[in-house]
Design a protein around this ligand. Sequence first.
Ligand code: KG4
Ligand code: ZN
Length: 333
Amino acid sequence: MAIILGIESSCDETSASICIDGEIKSNIIAGQAVHAKYGGVVPELASRAHQQNIIPTVDQAIREAKVHKNEIDAVAFTRGPGLLGSLLVGTSFAKSFALARNIPLIDVNHMQAHILAHFIEDPKPSFPFLCLTVSGGHTQIVLVKDYFEMELLGETLDDAAGEAFDKTAKILQLPYPGGPLVDKYAQEGNPDAFSLPEPQIADLNFSFSGLKTAILYLVQKHEKENPDFLQENLKDVCASVQARIVSILLNKVKKAAKQTGIKDIAIAGGVSANSGLRSALLAMGDRYKWNVFIPKFEYCTDNAAMIAIAGYHKYLKQDFVGQEVAPLARLHL
Ligand code: KG4
Ligand code: ZN
């Protein structure tokens, strides 16, 4: 039997999870409301909140899983990519825990973990499959050949998809993180109300910065004629923006599927919680006869269950790191 403690602290979520033989027994997430009024994550405040939250979060994860801390066989933690000050808190905690208990330490790549969240529950994809990983900091199309063998086929050249949602929300005067709110309003709006450009980017890469500018101009133009434009059209603007972001993403997925001939298609990362993306992917899957894999909501946004499951698969390979390991703000797949 293998009991793994997973720790996630790369951005603004402190999370701990217990995985027993590949099964997630707890997944505790402490969010950080402190960033809302700043319109984005303030790194200094994030590190401090992680420092406050880490012990209670781990404690709760252990209790909820009904294990004793002495039974834990290994500690897996997010090494990067992410905010360095935030990563340091989880890394230091994991190192101390492993040292005190004399158990192995496992480093996990956050972007790989988002993809490996697909191995928490059935149905699990089989290798090779394609994964569109869309989060606050990344937008990638990945060819997943094995648990830890992943090839980047395309990525964003500027903003990430989550950033596009969050920056749009800021223009629309919604609090951070705006993605879930844009999603909520979009569900009641008309996606054809406003036309927004689709950037022409080569290969399997993405660009979202032009979209942000187009939204800003659209709002400014209409507000000149009607100062209440935003209040009156918020749902339609959200629906139009969301539809465009989704079409930019899925057109590239379609291209990647065609290029590789792969029909097992997954999505991962915070933006994979988006209702428009989920339903459009399902529809596209029906049309092109794909096997579509969409994680449960709780495993889309940042969570330690994905770190624990990634840790479990590294544990099976005895792939451990030493106490000298340090977090990395930038880390490739
Ligand atoms: O994966 P994640 O939790 O953290 C990072 O690793 O970045 O992703 C966070 C991103 C944020 O940009 C947030 O606005 C976005 O995911 N997001 C959403 C939704 N839920 C979270 N974007 C659109 N629709 C949603 N329902
Ligand atoms: Zn993430």
